[in-house]
Design a protein around this ligand. Structure first.
Ligand code: BDR
Ligand code: CA
Length: 327
């Protein structure tokens, strides 16, 4: 039986791929996509979720917009990473799927109450919506099978020397989630930096010969430029699909038990995840923490999902063959 999941995201190049993996892989049943402010404003991340669903032919999965700003601090978007649109690179057609007229937190709450089995939440963005859900409706915690999130790091950060972006944007929300008592799996930078979109990966996506494959290549090509420019990476890491992959097949992402605390006060370390697998601190284990990725199997699953979503085959004209255009 596929695992029922809800993705809470801020597309975002890698969020887009997380949506495609979740929608195209038969091991999960994508019940909803909710959006939050993070990589860009809520308006832009929501538009981007609608764009992804449109080009991937994902219909019938409700999309709901959630919180427009973090719990405490003002929003700081990642325009330097994801561009002015939040998903720069490809040109997108006018979205043909709309949002539902329900706040993300209300939609998640309703699905948790109504779904026959507990549901896994997969946040790939600042944890504002999830924290608000747990604060407003603590009684639904038991309906959450697990929260498998992309965020944090066992090592250093990518927004400050200590803090990863999703946790740094809303540390109070992350703190609420890690202290909630709901089973949490953290897929942080230490593992997502193993999911590099190499030229071989791009060739496989291109080789699908579909519009969707081409859009993935264009997303990853933009992301490659960002990662080369800002961090000197040879190939861009796709963070968010790693959390989806952990739900699809737990064997793909190896985890250890650890206590995880979110630093809220540090002068230079606010938003850092303090991960303690060696139990230096006398704190109870509250999370599974990802430490290793089956890289090849991960990409096999992602490429297969994009292939399964299909979409129209590329024409010679799409492929930039000038002869075809003239014919
Ligand atoms: C996380 O931050 C965002 O920019 C990405 O979409 C990912 O969720 C990586 O730190
Ligand atoms: Ca994200």
């Amino acid at each position: 039986m596929p695992v029922p999941i809800i993705i809470d995201c801020d597309p975002g190049h890698d969020d887009a791929l997380a949506i495609l993996l979740a929608a195209g892989d038969p091991a999960v049943d994508l019940l909803a996509i909710t959006t939050v402010a993070g990589n860009q404003t809520l308006r832009k991340t929501t538009l981007n979720a609608r764009r992804v669903c449109t080009v991937a032919g994902i219909t019938g999965v409700p999309i709901a917009a959630g919180c427009a700003k973090p719990l405490v601090e003002p929003l700081r978007v990642a325009e330097d990473v994801h561009g002015a649109s939040g998903m720069d690179g490809p040109g997108f057609p006018e979205p043909r799927v709309d949002v539902v007229p329900e706040h993300a937190v209300e939609l998640i709450h309703r699905i948790l109450r109504e779904h026959p089995e507990p549901v896994t939440l997969v946040p790939t963005a600042p944890l504002t919506n999830i924290a608000l859900l747990l604060t407003r409706y603590p009684e639904v915690a038991g309906r959450i099978r697990e929260i498998v999130l992309m965020g944090g790091s066992t090592e250093r950060g990518n927004r400050t020397p200590a803090a990863e972006f999703n946790v740094h944007v809303d540390p109070e929300a992350a703190d609420i989630v890690f202290r909630s008592g709901v089973p949490v799996t953290m897929c942080g930078l230490n593992v997502t930096h193993q999911a590099l979109a190499t030229p071989e990966v791009l060739a496989r996506l291109e080789g699908l010969g579909t519009e969707l494959g081409r859009i993935c290549v264009e997303l990853l090509t933009y992301f490659a430029g960002t990662y080369r420019r800002l961090w000197g990476f040879p190939h861009p890491p796709v963070h968010d699909p790693v959390a989806v992959a952990r739900v699809i097949d737990p064997q793909l992402v190896h985890c250890v038990d650890a206590s995880v605390a979110v630093e809220l006060r540090g002068e230079f370390t606010r938003g850092a995840t303090v991960v303690d697998p060696h139990r230096y601190l006398d704190r109870p284990v509250n999370a599974k923490v990802a430490v290793g990725l089956e890289v090849e199997a991960f990409w096999d699953r992602l490429v297969a999902a994009v292939a399964a979503l299909g979409g129209p085959a590329r024409t010679a004209e799409d492929a930039g063959d000038p002869g075809a255009r003239e014919a």
